[in-house]
Design a protein around this ligand. Sequence first.
Ligand code: PXP
Length: 251
Amino acid sequence: MAELGVNVDHIATLRQARLPKGGRARPGDVYPDPVEAARTALSAGAVSIVMHLREDRRHIQDQDLFALRRRVRGRINMEMSIAPSVVRTALRLRPDQVTLVPERRQERTTEGGLDLTRKTAVLRRLISDCRRRRIEVSLFIDPTPLQVRWARRLGAHAIELHTGDYANARTAQGRRRELARLRSATRLGLGLGLAVHAGHGLDYVNVGPVAAIPGMGELNIGYSIVARSLKTGLRAAVTDMRALIRRASRA
Ligand code: PXP
């Protein structure tokens, strides 16, 4: 059955909007706290917490990840690029999992999957450094057979399929086509022994068909949950999303 990983980056985005410039905030002075949000999400049924430590530190800060580890019992999925400063933090933190993503400074959010046919030596080395520290590695990729096969070749544990094209499809036919790509990439990944996750742009309307894909692992969702929490509170927003995922993956 598919499970839910909650991305709390947007909680940190809100906090950063009021952080004193240049000064260091004392704990408790600034809110909302992404670690508190993580605690709520886990107690509402999320199986993991995603924090994306971007190279520019625009939302999540290094200390958020360490506070998460210290204060909350739960699986940590650290999303990151291969930027050296971020990799150093990951290797010190030893999260349960890292999800490698491409990162561009100008983008508002992750825009595409990794191209695993490039920088293969760097990726292979990083994956093996993580494995040695018992950190699982998931690679965020577009749902193509080429990328799935490369994920296996590079020694990853898992793939996260980019659902952005599915979420952005404007016609029923487009959605069906994207869903078919997700389904066949999932089948291929599972056949190669990879765990298969998915995420990006999933919301309360479009999550069902992705959750229903046989063998789907975790769905990593942030924006729609945090946006809904403004109306319902975070606990209900997570509970509702988890219920949708469960219902769809049981059907
Ligand atoms: N998975 C990955 C790899 C991402 O980069 C993001 C966005 O940070 C998500 C999942 C969550 O996407 P959304 O915020 O659109 O739910």
